[in-house]
Design a binder for this molecule. Sequence first.
Ligand SMILES: [Zn+2]
Length: 467
Amino acid sequence: MTKIGLEIHCQLTKLESKLFCPCKANYRDNEPNSNICPICMGLPGTLPRLNQKAIEKATLIAMALNCSTPEKIAFFRKNYFYPDLPKNFQITQLNIYGDTSIGGIGEITIGEKKIRITRIQLEEDPGRLIYEGSSSKNQITLVDYNRAGTPLVEIVTEPDFENPKQVRDFLKVLSDLLENLDVSDPSLEGAMRADANVSILGGNKVEIKNINSFHDLEKAVHFEITRQESLHSRNIPIVQETRHWDDQRKITISSRSKEGDLDYRYFLEGDIPWIKIGIDVQEKLKSTMPESIVSKKERYVKNYGIPEQVAEVLSSDKYYSDLFDESHNQTNAKEISNIITTDLMGLADTREKREQSKLNSSHLSDLADAILSGKLTRNSAKNALYEIIKSGKELSTIISELDLGNVSDKNKLEEIIKQVMLEEPQAVEESKSNPQTINFLVGKVMQKTRGKADPQLTLELLKKNLD
Ligand SMILES: [Zn+2]
């Protein structure tokens, strides 16, 4: 049986500052080595100062994954040299004196599958190494410490996954959950990284390191299973080892033998005292927890009669569910959910497009109301939505500027219908024996009015004129 376990590193991108100093947690878009200070550079005489918000956000993640949350937590030094680590140690957590990490054992159910969480740790991210050079003989490595010390949460699972699809489903649920908790933006480059361990048929475990995106994680796991199966079929033993994910070639490469915890000479971080997170603090935090995706979905189905599938798509995306919650009332909720899931999600499908979009919640409720009152057809509403996203203008302005209003003037519509009947004599003839042909004629009227004819009225008038 195939067994896959994950170690997911997720940056707390929604925080203002790094884990132990006042430098910005958002290190992106800065000149290299400009978002640094003596603390995150580990200069002599500096001391770490723990970011309380990071403790709170990480605890929320633990709670959302149904993990136990110890009342006392501790930090440890993990000692090793690497150029991206200015202090020569990383401040992290370890469960050596009982459960002292931010989250203990937990579990989450994805469909029918239960995934057990082993632990959750809060730690600092190292800096970044950038490999450059014109040829393999002329390699240079640049180091950028802007990222050093940003808050990172490590989520470790038991080897409960049996195939890459279960891994993908879990990652989707996890990224939605982190976004919903407003702790992280998983779409940011490098915000989510992972290591995985894979074994087949009860054989040796192989660890894959350095998977820099969730997208590649599924590929890496798939590659590794295929590699091990191929070895097994040729009776070649599978060596227990650490392999490195090469994201250019999309393969895993043997890197080094695995170090154990002992090799890192862990010891308690003496510069940070044990932190008490009492039950009262935990209760208070729990009360600030945003509504879960599951409960949102249930609310949408129960209160507004939104179909299950639509409710699922809507609730799992924080950006859209926030827009929905701000815009709807009892009457237009279902229509708004339609606009969001059928049109808006296609028009604002990337982070950049969402950020540039000028749409707000009142635009959405105006649009839904216009459809419900027959002022706009769904087709015209889609055109208006496109304009709103671009310009942010009021719906009424867009309707008059683009002349999108429904053709619901009976005389005008009748004129167009008569014209269509003249142009399509064959269809008019056929419609006497085949009522389906009427739909064809309705379509023609729609074409002529650029989708603005009131469909109900068109049908009514067509039938009358065909008699
Ligand atoms: Zn700093």
